[in-house]
Structure formats: C-alpha cells, structure tokens
Design a protein around this ligand. Structure first.
Ligand code: NIG
Ligand code: FE
Length: 399
C-alpha cells in the first residue's frame, strides 16, 4: 500500500537518454514516506494508495529547483531602477557606493524576524510556480553579525515553509566601506565568517562575486582554498560584466557551478565541462540590466557543459520571483530549447547544488514534484505570467 499516488497526467521525468523530457504518457507516481516508491505507466501501477491525487490530464515534473537566489534582504532598489532608466549603469551606481552597498545598509538594520517577514512572501511566489528547493545566499551583510543573521534567516525559512532551503555564504559579494583601504583584510574576514558559519552548521556552500566590481581571481582563490580546507563546496558569480577568467577559476576548484557567464571564454567553458561544473544562466539579470551580450550557449553545448537556469532573485539586478519566467527568458533571450530550460530547473539545478536525491522523477529519490495545468512540457517555458501550478509534493507530502 502506497501513501500517495498521482494519476491522470503525463510525467516529464527528465531522466536523460530516453524520450524527450523523459516523458511517460498517462503515467502514475506513487510515494511511500518521503520517497518515490514506484513510477511508470498508469496501467501497470502495482497497488493502491491511502490518498489518490487526480492531476486532471495535466503534467507532473520533478519539483522545480531555484539554484541561485538572494531572497533574504531588506529595502529595495526601485530608486536605482529609475536612475538606470535615466542612463546610469549598474557598474556606475555600484562604484558610487549604491547598488549592493545600499541593500547592505538596509539589511544591517533589519533583525532576523524582519528579514524573515520580508523573505517569506518572496519564497511563497517561487513556491507557487512549483518550486520545492531553493538556494539562498547571504551577501548583504559583509560583516559577521549580518552575514550569519542572513544564513540563520535562510535556515529558518526552510523550517517554516514546505520547501528545502540551501544556504550559501556570499560574504565576498562587495567590499564593505570599512575595508575600502584594506582589501586583503576583508578577504581574511570572509574566511573567518566562513569558519564561524561552518562551525554553527549554517552554510552549505561558499560563493564569491569575481568581477571588475567584485573580487579578483587572486582574492577569490584565497577564499576558495579556505572553503576547500573546510570541506565546503564552492560556486562562483563568474564573468557577468567582463571576462575575468571566472569560469576557469571555478573549474580549477571543481566548483558546483559558475553562474552568469555572459563573458566567459570558450576555454573557460571547456574547463568547466571537464570539471563537471554546471553553468547557471540568470536571464533575469541579463534582462533587468538590459545587457546585450548573451552567454555563449553554442559553446556550452559544444563543450558539453550542463546548463541550469535560476531566477537570481535579488533587489538590484533581478527583482524576479518566478522560475517559470526565468525559463521563458532563457528560451527567448538565450535560445535554450524548452527541454533544456526544464532540465535547467530540475536535473541540472540539483547538480548545481550538489544534490543527488532529486531533480528527476525516479523510484528511490525524494518525492518532490509539481503538477501543472498544461498538456505539453514546452508550455512551461511558453506561457508568460500564467498560473500553471496546481499542486506540489515535498518529500512525499502532498501540498
Ligand atoms: O547575481 N552580481 C552580483 N550579485 C547579484 C546582484 C546583487 C545586487 O545587485 O544586489 C547578481 O546579479
Ligand atoms: Fe546572484
């Protein structure tokens, strides 16, 4: 006897190597406890379940995974949005002390309860699209108390809501004003924050912003060495605004992912393919900053880099709270196929977070799934702003 069964749907299992989307027409998914116990054609379903969920002829996918967000922050940057529309660039605003640093000021002034109250409705919007796992970065504290508070808020979000939350330390997001004349001192401080966060079990991975307005390859290397010594996986904001060698740096450290990559070189992408580092595309930031240089998807395909897609939800470069919209933008702006976009928020997004228990629908894996009111999986990337998700399951709990 199963605990739950989902019926009357096609299943986009996203298992590679078979039918497009790993599609099973008129399938059934059965869960026992937290896991998928059986999946296949409905007519072969081996037994009954305590609860049956009628998917009304829709589509079941693995629960969506948003593998790059900055969901926890205070304040917003609508004023900066206005200035950009008047002609100022993201980089100019950052260099003048605005941008990330203005969110830092607001976030330092917010306590954990305030941060949680602000992040909860953002998380609810992501979940409404079928998201069951979200990565949340720190990076708007840039000093120990606030960076750790952001990580605690991320952990608390996961406990308070029906979703898995992974917390990433991004202390190396911008140089705080206190260290304006002492970059090396701040790099040391990032390492100390990492050690403290690890000691309190607040961190699942370490990230850095390696770019002209972020940190250099040498600075990032010091932080990554310390992360590896601590046993923490690394990820990187790489080559967003210029080719800084971020893709190759991420590959050298066997990073889980390198993210953005608009300016990544072919050699950098090839190094990522060899290292198994996932390319995370963030079309919301490309769109919001009105960028013109798209990541080199053809080179990624040729090199065999696995591609993920995320919202980059943040108050500056991507105030976007829909992963389905990110899929649409990845197709429209970066020319991903809808199948690549869906793999990018399931199979490859799981890999970008180092998770091997989810991302596809298969027996034995965590039962995280989403049910959509669509007939064909390409509709998930095609509709813009539609209300498509009719239900989710998280670790076998039907929601
Ligand atoms: O992923 N590039 C750096 N970090 C964020 C932007 C954060 C912000 O502008 O507040 C990003 O785009
Ligand atoms: Fe980001």
């Amino acid at each position: 006897m199963f605990d739950h069964v989902w019926l009357n749907a096609d299943l986009a299992t996203m298992l590679p190597g078979g039918a497009p989307y790993g599609l099973i027409t008129d399938g059934a998914v059965a869960a026992k406890g937290r896991r998928i116990a059986w999946i296949g054609a409905r007519k072969e379903l081996p037994g009954p379940a305590s609860e049956t969920h009628d998917c009304e002829g829709g589509l079941v996918t693995p629960g969506l995974i948003d593998c790059h967000t900055h969901l926890v922050f205070a304040g917003n940057r609508a004023g900066e949005f206005e200035r950009r529309l008047e002609g100022a660039s993201y980089e100019e605003i950052a260099r003048a002390g605005g941008g990330i640093l203005s969110t830092v000021t607001a976030t330092r002034a917010a306590d954990e309860a305030a941060l949680l109250a602000l992040a909860a409705p953002r998380l609810a919007r992501l979940m409404a699209d079928g998201v069951t796992t979200v990565e949340v970065k720190s990076g708007y504290g840039l000093e120990p108390a606030t960076e750790l508070r952001m990580l605690r808020a991320a952990r608390a979000l996961g406990e308070a809501h029906e979703v898995s939350v992974l917390a990433t330390l991004l202390a190396a997001h911008a140089l705080p004003p206190e260290f304006a004349e002492n970059r090396a001192g701040y790099v040391q401080s990032c390492i100390a924050m990492m050690e403290q966060a690890a000691a309190e079990d607040l961190v699942d991975a370490v990230d850095a912003f390696c770019d002209t307005i972020g940190f250099t390859v040498t600075e990032t290397t010091s932080i990554f060495r310390a992360a590896v010594a601590q046993g923490l996986p690394v990820k990187l904001h790489a080559d967003q605004l210029s080719d800084c060698g971020g893709a190759a740096l991420a590959a050298r450290f066997g990073a889980l992912s390198a993210d953005h990559l608009e300016y990544a070189s072919r050699a950098g992408l090839e190094a990522m393919a060899n290292a198994g580092t996932i390319a995370v595309l963030l079309p919301g930031a490309f769109y919001t900053l009105n960028e013109t240089r798209a990541p080199d998807i053809a080179a990624m395909r040729e090199a065999g880099v696995a591609i993920a897609v995320a919202t980059d939800a943040n108050p500056g470069s991507s105030p976007m709270l829909s992963l389905l919209l990110a899929m649409n933008m990845a197709c429209t702006k970066f020319r991903l196929t809808p199948e690549e976009a869906l793999a990018g928020v399931t199979l490859n997004a799981a890999r970008a977070l180092g998770l091997d228990d989810r991302g596809v629908l298969a027996a034995g894996l965590r039962c995280d799934l989403a049910v959509y009111r669509v007939k064909h999986p390409a509709e998930l990337s095609y509709w813009i702003g539609a209300d498509l998700c009719q239900g989710r399951a998280v670790a076998g709990q039907a929601l």
